[in-house]
Design a protein around this ligand. Structure first.
Ligand SMILES: *Cc1c(COP(=O)(O)O)cnc(C)c1O
Length: 384
């Protein structure tokens, strides 16, 4: 087999293409009626009161932090095993970022470590649990700690649309103030670039709506003086242009129709990996019984004491076989920029240990069983 197998990839069908073309032929290109439809589709799916679509999950995390007034005297805690955006959003707001080490079984932020860190006395304004690979963090436990220690919770659910926790769709915000999804093409559904914030809190919702367009309102009820006329708007705070276009939202609506089909296929392929990769010197993804993952990623850990090759050698051998394996993620605190902020190697040992042996295998809607077998057999050969 010669064609390259990526680790993740979007699926665009004719319905998706037609939805986009319809918008291109209409009067509205930027934020308009399709945005509202997309937001309603996501809110209905997640059984949450509000959804605010924006230009990326990074933008979503940024304005979610602003909406809770995260600022320069505040602390944000997240997991080191995430994309840098989960931490950078705190720095955009001038806050101080710190990390909570991972649970060595799920690779999500550890609730035990979170509790131990809270007991040391410094209390964050917000904790951002990341649902790595689509498996939910232990949200009820995080929420119980939030009630005792009084911090906010923003779920970075970038991997997790379509996933469930305690039989509720992730994004329903039962145990959080807000949740964020990403629609980058490698994620579960795509809008090209895009993100959304869900919340049940009306006040947060109204702030988010303003923050994505410069902090501007046209609602007379919120203005500091009477309207000057039909043209009048007021800027109430400092916001941004984080709008999603209607072109993207149309793609999003069409992809939402297909979400369950995408997740069903991902679960099927993950099960197939689970069955086929037994008895190899690797650790398969552990699944918490409260969670039903959306399977954005299928992450294995090499049991390096049982393999003659190193992590990098295995990775490179698979890449040589045209298998686009990847590593998610480089611990954020080891990035040079975060090292300038005072973090050191060794600060979060479970995350660093994880990084030394984790490999993401290809997993996406279009992955054929034939190609998956090729991945399985190649891995088997490499580990021999
Ligand atoms: C992809 C991703 C983001 C950022 O998403 P964008 O839409 O690309 O801005 C943030 N957090 C995690 C965990 C991600 O995987």
């Amino acid at each position: 087999m010669s064609s390259y197998i990526p680790y993740g990839k979007q699926n665009i069908n004719q319905q998706d293409i037609d939805a986009v073309i319809d918008v291109l032929k209409s009067d509205w290109l930027t934020q308009g009626p399709m945005i509202e439809r997309f937001e309603q589709a996501v809110a209905a799916y997640c059984q949450v009161s509000y959804a605010v679509a924006v230009s990326s999950a990074t933008a979503a995390l940024h304005i979610a932090c602003l909406a809770i007034a995260l600022g320069k005297d505040d602390l944000l805690w997240t997991s080191p095993i995430t994309f840098v955006a989960s931490a950078n959003c705190g720095l955009y707001c001038g806050a101080t970022v710190d990390f909570v080490d991972i649970d060595p079984r799920t690779y999500n932020l550890s609730v035990e470590q979170l509790e131990a860190k809270l007991k040391q006395g410094k209390i964050p304004k917000v904790v951002i649990p990341v649902h790595l690979a689509g498996q939910s963090c232990e949200m009820e436990q995080v929420y119980n700690l939030a009630k005792v220690y009084n911090f906010k919770i923003i779920e970075d659910a970038s991997h997790a649309i379509g996933g469930e926790y305690q039989n509720h769709k992730i994004g329903g915000c039962q145990y959080s103030d807000m949740a964020v999804f990403s629609f980058h093409p490698v994620k579960i559904i795509t809008t090209g670039e895009g993100g959304i914030i869900t919340t049940n809190d009306r006040e947060l919702y109204e702030k988010l709506i303003r923050l994505r367009t410069h902090g501007i309102t046209r609602n007379p009820g919120l203005m500091t003086e009477e309207s000057h006329g039909g043209w009048y708007y007021q800027q109430l705070e400092l916001g941004y242009n984080y709008r999603m276009t209607d072109i993207q939202a149309a793609l999003g609506c069409s992809q939402m129709d297909r979400l369950d089909e995408f997740v069903t296929r991902r679960r099927f392929l993950a099960e197939r990996y689970n069955r086929s990769l037994q008895n190899l010197p690797i650790t398969l993804p552990f699944q918490n019984e409260m969670s039903n993952s959306s399977w954005h990623l299928y992450i294995i850990r090499l049991q390096l004491d049982k393999i003659e090759k190193g992590h990098r050698q295995v990775f490179e051998a698979l890449r040589k076989s045209e298998i686009g394996v990847n590593v998610h993620y480089i611990p954020v605190h080891t990035q040079p920029y975060y090292q300038t902020l005072g973090f050191k190697r060794g600060d979060f040992p479970n995350s660093e240990l994880y990084y030394g042996s984790a490999i993401s295998l290809p997993l996406y809607y279009d992955l054929s069983e034939e190609k998956q077998d090729y991945v399985i057999n190649s891995l088997r050969k490499v580990l021999k």
